[in-house]
Design a protein around this ligand. Structure first.
Ligand code: AVI
Length: 324
């Protein structure tokens, strides 16, 4: 059985998502131009992301799934049965069942800002695990979230797969880890656990290919932001004047995605004018990569003590169990 939530998106009288407009306008006025990666995920962006997870060059999903599939017995031993699994983001049809099957939880609580995906994935999970109470919560998990009363008395395991933590700059990642502690009740004396996926630093060519696949799926994902801005914010950005770029920033240990202007362009968004020179970019995403030590340090800074760490056969990706 699943419960339903309440819509969260704040729209103006024309149906425009106010936060989207503010972020895009502020980002285009900023020097250098940058738009937060969360705006990739409209319906088409989410569909394209699913497609990315299946392209040959994009190893993170396969590597993490390998770890989750292979380490079930160890998860069961270290985590134990009867916890409420609180997933930050609506669950994936592949990874979440692997964890739930391994540890025999008492409830599953997916948290997501997008009600539609949340309800879809909660229903799918509910069908797969008929005896498991599923309580989806439509919420922005960057802040402390009040969990449903039904799971008050249960121990909690936070689950944050996918290396989504890597899409945040360290300051934001630490804020999120601290919010997770609060959401899971660590401040009230409970001892929650967190199982988190963190992608590893590796050969530059492997990293850049993962974010610039030959079939152009990641390029389409990045360029879909232009289409979304034009559709939702009355934009006039010429899609053919932008190209996808993925570059490894070695100082900051992250892949950066940019939309590069292939010629000088002028356009409007929400009635405001912008101009870009040839070669100027809009920075659309960071995907930070970690070493075992930087991963530990980030978790510790966020209030979590690493207990165990697993990698895939090729040492590309890590899954870490931590306690509050
Ligand atoms: C969702 N997130 C962890 C993905 C990543 O790898 O940073 C998003 C992505 N962007 C391009 N490809 C995948």
């Amino acid at each position: 059985a699943t419960d339903k939530g309440i819509a969260l998106v704040d729209r103006d009288e024309d149906g425009v998502d106010r936060a989207f407009r503010e972020d895009v306008l502020a980002g285009l006025h900023h020097d250098p131009k940058a738009i937060p990666a969360r705006w990739f995920y409209d319906a088409e962006g989410s569909r394209l992301f699913e497609k990315i997870t299946q392209v040959e060059e994009y190893y993170p999903t396969r590597s993490e799934t390998e770890i989750l599939g292979a380490r079930g017995a160890e998860f069961a031993e270290l985590i134990g049965p009867g916890r409420a699994v609180v997933e930050f983001g609506s669950g994936s049809s592949v990874k979440t069942p692997l964890l739930l099957e391994a540890i025999d939880p008492a409830a599953y609580v997916p948290l997501d800002i997008s009600g539609d995906f949340l309800r879809e994935s909660a229903a799918a999970l509910g069908a797969k695990f008929p005896g498991l109470p599923v309580h989806p919560v439509e919420a922005d998990f960057m802040r402390r979230v009040t969990l449903p009363g039904e799971v008050d008395k249960l121990g909690k395991l936070g689950f944050f797969p996918g290396s989504t933590i890597g899409n945040m700059v360290p300051r934001t990642a630490v804020d999120l880890l601290r919010s997770m502690r609060a959401t899971l009740g660590a401040d009230e004396g409970a001892s929650p656990l967190l199982l988190i996926g963190m992608d590893l630093i590796k050969d530059r060519a492997v990293l850049e290919a993962a974010y610039d696949d030959a079939a152009g799926v990641t390029a389409a994902f990045n360029l879909n932001l232009v289409t979304r801005i034009n559709r939702e914010l009355g934009g006039t950005m010429p899609a053919d004047a932008f190209a996808h770029e993925a570059r490894w920033n070695d100082d900051l240990a992250r892949i950066e995605m940019h939309l590069v202007a292939t010629r000088a362009v002028a356009f409007e968004v929400s009635g405001q004018r912008f101009a870009m020179e040839e070669g100027e970019t809009i920075h659309t995403e960071n995907s930070h990569k970690f070493t075992p030590r930087t991963a530990s340090l980030l978790l510790l800074a966020g209030g979590w003590t690493p207990l165990e760490r697993w990698t895939d056969e090729q040492d590309r990706f890590s899954v870490i169990l931590a306690r509050a």
